[in-house]
Every structure is written in C-alpha cells, then in structure tokens.
Design a protein around this ligand. Sequence first.
Ligand code: NAD
Ligand code: UFG
Length: 356
Amino acid sequence: MAGITNFMQGRSKRILVPGGAGYIGSHTCVELINRGYTPVIVDNFVNSSIASVDRIRQITGANDVPVIEADIRDTAEMVRVLREHECEAVIHFAGLKAVGESTAQPLDYYSNNVQGSLSLLEAMKQAGTGHIVFSSSATVYGTPVSLPYTESHPLAPTNPYGMTKYAVELMLNDLVASRAGINAGILRYFNPIGAHPSGLIGEDPNGVPNNLMPFVAQVAVGRRPHLNVFGNDYDTPDGTGVRDYIHVVDLAEAHIAALEKLLASPDSFTVNLGSGIGHSVLDVVKAFEQASGRDIPLEFVDRRPGDLPAYWADPTYAMELLGWQTRLTLEDMCRDQWAWQSGNPNGYPDVKIGAA
Ligand code: NAD
Ligand code: UFG
C-alpha cells in the first residue's frame, strides 16, 4: 500500500539505515524496498560484507540502493548524507553487539554504540531529520524481577553491551523530552534468528559464533564438530536455557510498523519485540535437526558466565501500539536459517568494497 502511495507521489521516501549491511539491517532494507521506501545504507563494514547489499538488490530487483562506507561517529559525513539524500527518518542498527567482547573491550563499545549514536543524533538535529527507530535489546532488563518482561520492568543491564543500549535509550528519552523536533521508537529485540526465505541473506558472524543459532547451523553444515550446550541444570523444563526467539523477517516487518507510526504521529515509544514464547536450547536443536535433516551432536558443558536461565517477552504492547505480532514459528526460523547456511556454507563471498 505504502509502495503504491509513494509511487503515486512520484518519489519514494528515503530512510537512512546505519548498519544496513548487517544481519537485521539487511532484512529490514528488503522490507523497506518491498513497501516502496528507498534505504540509504551507511556502514563501516566492521561486522558485515558489501556482498549483502548486492543480495538485497537481487531479492528486491532494486538497483538504486545507495551505499555509503562511513562510520556513524563521523558527524559531518552523517549530516552530508542525510542532506544529500533528503532522508526523512533513520533506522539505526549500527553498533557492536558481542556481550563477551564488550566486557573485555568496554571502551570500544561505549565509543561505537554511545558516541556513535550521539554523533548520529547530532547529525539528525543539524540536518533537520525528525524520526529515529533504534535497535535496543532485551538485555537492558537484566535479571528478571518478574516474567514475562513488560516494558515497565526495571532496567538493570549486567554487562557493558547492555549498558550502552541503556545509555542510548536514556539519551533518546532526554532528547525527545527537550522537544528538539525528533521522535523516537525504541525497539527492544529478544533473540532474532532465521534468515530471508530466499536464503540469499542471513547472519554471517566473524569467527566462532557467540550465539546459539549460527553455531547450530555451522555444526549442521559441517564447519564445527558439535554444539556445546551451556548448562543443563537450570530450573527450566529440560534444564537448558530458555529464550524468546523471533524470526528476523518478523523483526524487519516490525521496523516498518515502527517507522510508519513515527511518521504518522509525534509520539515516541519503547516496545518489546518478541513472540511471547520461550524455547529451550534443546527445543532449538530438535527443530533444526528436523528442518535440516542433519544430526547436531552436542555436549553439555558448564553454564556460560552471565547467562540468565530463562526469559521471554510480553508482546501485548507491540500489538496494541503497532498492530504487529510475530507470525513465523521456530520451524520457519530453522527452515530459513538452513536455506541460508546450506546455500552459503562459508557465509558471504569476499567482495571488495565498491564491487557490489
Ligand atoms: P550486525 O553486526 O550484523 O549489524 C551491525 C552493523 O553495523 C554491521 O553491518 C556493522 O558493520 C555496522 N557498524 C558497527 N559499528 C558501526 C559504526 N561505528 N559505523 C557504521 N557502521 C557500523 O548486528 P545485527 O545483529 O544486525 O544487530 C543490529 C543492531 O541490533 C545492533 O545495534 C545490535 O546491538 C542490535 N541487537 C541485535 C540483537 C541480535 O541478537 N542480533 C539483539 C538485540 C539488539
Ligand atoms: N547457548 C548454548 N551454546 C552456544 C550458544 C548459546 O548453549 O554455543 C545457549 C545460551 O546459554 C542461552 C541460549 O543458548 O541459553 C541463547 O544464547 P545466545 O547467545 O544465542 O543469546 P543470548 O540470549 O545469550 O543473547 C542474545 C544476544 C544479546 C541480546 C540478547 C537479547 O547475544 O546481544 O540475545 O535477548 F542482548
């Protein structure tokens, strides 16, 4: 519908997408294009490949996806890009996201995630861009006081990565309260997994995956011998950790709903994006074995320090506010993850910047 409206107006709305070459950003760019928007990607490729942009073009048939290689901490460049492309809003994915690494290198995380977001907001003010959707995380809640987490659950992140997300949330809330002409949609993601059903884009972690799903997929494709399951003595139905997994395409669609809400009304909001359903590590392994037809050998090892036993979202507010809820199941997530992993066993091909 938005596509038709934009077409009839003769020009599609341009949306700046910092981090648009990454995992969630690339899927959101596909949905933006499907709805008639033009994403303007800014990425420094610290954790992504320019090849993903070529795949976005392949999936959507859009040849006019601008890509700028830049760091969001370069405020002047962000102002230039926002002005040159006349961007109406920003969907901000750019940042570092590895919890363990954030504990070892906290200053890198504060610099990329907090200073980077500050720079981007400063650029938006200078360029007069009035809307931002921000990738936050369920990790801002910390140890559950009650479950499921609602948006009003106390915030107490337990690692530097989570602290940076919390800090940016505070910064956005203060900016909105100052009536600077910017409204913000803060999205607290639960555990995004899966891939586009085409199998052309997906998560391509550097080195050994930190997260469960990419690790399982690499075991299935033969890149790793077995999965280490971090703990089987939690107080959960099968003793393994429980999380709220969300298909990355559902998540991408939620960004469009959030964007359109911000474009339509001056209000700002903070909302959970999850399914409301918890799955254990063993549930995920079983579903992946079924989807792939491969065995996933596993070993039970000690708990991973810092892991919470179980948490999941209360997704009620997302439905009330955005009219959005998840529609894809764990089976869909595993099927699409397998399409990506089996079609791209070593991830994206090496492509030189500028060649895609
Ligand atoms: P990703 O690493 O695939 O994508 C992030 C992108 O940002 C990458 O393309 C990277 O190269 C780019 N980037 C990083 N720092 C940059 C900088 N200073 N300037 C320009 N580009 C920069 O990660 P993702 O999984 O797609 O996550 C996207 C966002 O969602 C991140 O902010 C992450 O913290 C947040 N998030 C992710 C998860 C998850 O489990 N994947 C959960 C909650 C929140
Ligand atoms: N797990 C294993 N083996 C592995 C990897 C993970 O058993 O090799 C287990 C974990 O112990 C946990 C579950 O699988 O019980 C999920 O772990 P992930 O690492 O996939 O995800 P987390 O819930 O730890 O964290 C992720 C992101 C965070 C984000 C959070 C949001 O890494 O950045 O989801 O809910 F903040």
